[in-house]
Design a protein around this ligand. Structure first.
Ligand SMILES: [Fe+2]
Ligand SMILES: [Fe+2]
Length: 208
């Protein structure tokens, strides 16, 4: 069995993956409380920011262009790009601040508000459109998105593990099937099934 087939079988479809990512980020948002310790706030913010960056990049590189090919002139699709840019500005501001600084919580809450609106538009307009217009391609798109996720997450694996441990119990992480944890689980399963235990991630990254 070659890797593209394996990835297609193990990956969620493109729209299922996007919904899963949204749920994971929302669940992490909800862990942020005003009275949390500075360390916990920082871990939550780091995890949310990285997950959003990877998610937005995958959408911009793979999902949005595929949708644009079959549905040009969608206002919701076109405004997604500037909304991602605004999200990246807020992420950059948060990374420049300490959790104890005035404005940290307000900036994070602004990010959460913006992302919630953006996610609502995607889930009520873009994803249903993709499921109508790209029905036969969602599986292949999902596999491409998973491969790209592995590439983008790989340099951050240490940070992801540390923030995951600080922000959620392992059982919750596994049940959530989240954006980054899910990629690790898929890579491990791929490694077992293809009997190349030493470097499954690299083979998936290359798409060999
Ligand atoms: Fe988006
Ligand atoms: Fe999204």
């Amino acid at each position: 069995m070659n890797s593209p087939t394996l990835l297609s079988r193990l990956s969620p479809s493109a729209t299922a993956m996007i919904r899963m990512d949204h749920s994971h980020v929302m669940a992490t948002f909800h862990k942020f409380t005003a009275d949390a310790s500075p360390d916990k706030k920082k871990a939550i913010v780091s995890m949310v920011c990285l997950a959003l960056e990877i998610h937005a990049q995958i959408e911009e590189e793979i999902f949005y262009p595929a949708l644009r090919e079959v549905q040009s002139g969608s206002d919701v699709l076109e405004k997604s790009f500037p909304e991602h840019a605004q999200m990246r500005r807020l992420i950059a501001s948060l990374r420049d601040m300490e959790p104890t600084e005035p404005g940290y919580d307000a900036t994070f809450n602004e990010l959460m508000r913006d992302v919630m609106h953006h996610v609502a538009d995607e889930e009520t307009v873009l994803l249903p459109a993709a499921e109508r217009l790209l029905k036969d391609e969602l599986s292949n798109l999902g596999a491409r998105m998973t491969r790209r996720r592995l590439q983008l997450a790989a340099p951050h694996s240490g940070e992801i593990a540390m923030n995951t441990a600080r922000t959620m119990p392992t059982t919750t992480m596994l049940l959530a099937g989240g954006v980054l944890a899910g990629a690790v689980i898929i890579a491990r399963r791929a490694g077992k099934q293809t009997r190349h235990h030493r470097a499954p991630d690299q083979r998936l990254l290359r798409g060999a």
